[in-house]
Design a protein around this ligand. Structure first.
Ligand code: HEM
Ligand SMILES: Nc1nc2c(c(=O)[nH]1)N[C@H]1C(S)=C(S)[C@@H](COP(=O)(O)O)O[C@H]1N2
Ligand SMILES: [Mo]
Length: 412
């Protein structure tokens, strides 16, 4: 047997070949396209172009050419797009690894470059393989390790997505004809055609498992990951979400008994500063400033909205009953009677990336957008943002600022 991976006879699994690669490739073609689209949507959902408070990715003006005002309908929009993004990403891990395994001998072919065109193709493969691994690893780490890259995760994952998808697109265009032909004309058994095109090892071991069996193993692993992830978005099934650290942490029971991302203690919010005596909401706009205590807010017209919390990490709650003052009514208090403007929301929290967020005018105008004071019929709990938090339909969780201290309308 050859010792060097650069020698074709080093690779001996009879499973490798165009058939297996093509089946896995077609699954990735659909899956990764959906991941790319839902990923770009997630970026747009932050309103990154609205204010540097929301996002400071350098160069996004160019890559952010597609950004648009994230809508407020349907109210579960981000729950759906980000649930699909994270759940599908985790589900595709075995498929990606199997695809890489099936083509790894090709990465070792010598000479590394026969011509300029061949060299360019090899570089694009490097970006494809490296970019794919990078996107999956950074995505999983961010969900698992509680914002491992504070501030830098989004730009890395965002740039990586563009590099990876460009290489992916080129690869898909080049290989789809082969995959199509292979799947139409070849059966799963190793065939002479595959041998002739060099896609199977020249000197294979006897098979210990069929190619169909190998696919079953990959599919089974994907199914297992899916089944232990998807519960993070489904009330009643959360206990099954073994890979969702935040979605799964027991939030207790009662009106505040739904997921908590960062607790009040973690955010450094003390009971002394949130008491009715100490806390005031400061609302400014059009040169006016209004200060309101919580009892004063409770005497304003209150409204209810049934809305979920949907985190970028992929977990989401079912609809909760929020009750509070409409954001557009607060805008009217400081002089915006007709169409309300954008707003900058600031928390009591002094440190941390999510203590401030900017909301766009369409979000402020929506009658379901609230400065919530109650949830599910009772006062907000400290961990869910007492004395007051923002809740906006269809928006990502990070825009639902907790422990709000200040609203500044207009002029972001
Ligand atoms: C994460 C995504 C993907 C990665 C990392 C990846 C990686 C690779 C690599 C490194 C090769 C070997 C280089 C070569 O033969 O030129 C290859 C071959 C191939 N890929 Fe992909 N690929 C991906 C997605 C796809 C997709 C979406 C398709 C289907 C349209 C596909 C179909 C193929 C085919 C047919 C081959 C040639 C197999 C053979 O001739 O034995 N791949 N892939
Ligand atoms: N002040 C402040 N507000 C915040 C956060 C934070 O860290 N600080 N986290 C945000 C994120 S990322 C999410 S997903 C939601 C979670 O809300 P919950 O803890 O009530 O479920 O709150 C948002 N509001
Ligand atoms: Mo979040």
């Amino acid at each position: 047997m050859a010792r060097s991976p650069f020698s074709p006879s080093f690779w001996r699994s009879p499973l490798r070949g165009a058939w297996l690669t093509s089946v896995l490739g077609v699954v990735l073609l659909g899956g990764i396209t959906v991941l790319f689209v839902t990923g770009l949507l997630s970026y747009a959902a932050y309103n990154p172009d609205l204010s540097p408070v929301n996002d400071q990715t350098p160069g996004k003006g160019f890559l952010g050419f597609y950004l648009f005002a994230w809508p407020t309908d349907p109210h579960w929009l981000y729950r759906l797009t980000q649930g699909v993004h994270v759940t599908l990403g985790i589900t595709l891990i075995p498929v990606l690894l199997a695809k890489l395994w099936s083509v790894v001998p090709k990465l070792f072919t010598l000479p590394p470059a026969r011509s300029l065109a061949h060299a360019l193709e090899r570089i694009s493969l490097l970006l494809l393989v490296g970019g794919g691994l990078f996107e999956f690893v950074t995505g999983v780490l961010n969900v698992q390790l509680d914002y491992l890259f504070p501030g830098s995760f989004y730009p890395l994952h965002f740039y990586g997505a563009w590099v990876f998808f460009a290489a992916f697109l080129a690869h898909a265009v080049l290989k789809t004809p082969t995959a199509w032909r292979t799947l139409r004309h070849l059966r799963e058994e190793t065939t002479e055609t595959e041998k002739a095109t060099g896609s199977t090892p020249p000197d294979p071991h006897p098979p210990t498992v069929s190619r169909r069996g190998a696919l079953g193993l990959v599919g089974g692993s994907s199914l297992l990951l899916f089944a232990t992830t998807v519960g993070q978005d489904v009330d009643g099934l959360r206990w099954t979400a073994l890979f969702a650290p935040h979605g799964r942490r027991d939030p207790g029971s009662g009106p505040g008994g739904f997921q908590i991302n960062k607790t009040a203690a973690y955010a450094g919010i003390s009971p002394a500063e949130t008491s009715d005596e100490a806390w005031r909401l400061v609302v400014t706009g059009r040169g006016r400033t209004v200060r309101l205590s919580r009892p004063e807010l409770l005497r304003l017209p209150l409204h209810s909205s049934a809305l979920p919390i949907a985190c970028v990490e992929g977990w989401s709650t079912g609809d909760q009953w929020w009750r509070g003052v409409r954001l557009r009514d607060l805008a009217a208090l400081v002089g915006y009677d007709g169409d309300p403007p954008d707003v900058l929301v600031e928390s009591l929290q002094r440190h941390g990336a999510f203590r401030r967020a900017a909301l766009r005018a369409n979000q402020v105008a929506d009658p379901r957008s609230l400065l919530a004071l109650l949830v599910n019929g009772e006062d907000l709990t400290p961990d869910h943002g007492h004395p007051a938090r923002v809740i906006v339909p269809a928006a990502p969780g990070v825009l639902n600022t907790k422990w709000v201290a200040r609203l500044t309308f207009g002029d972001l």
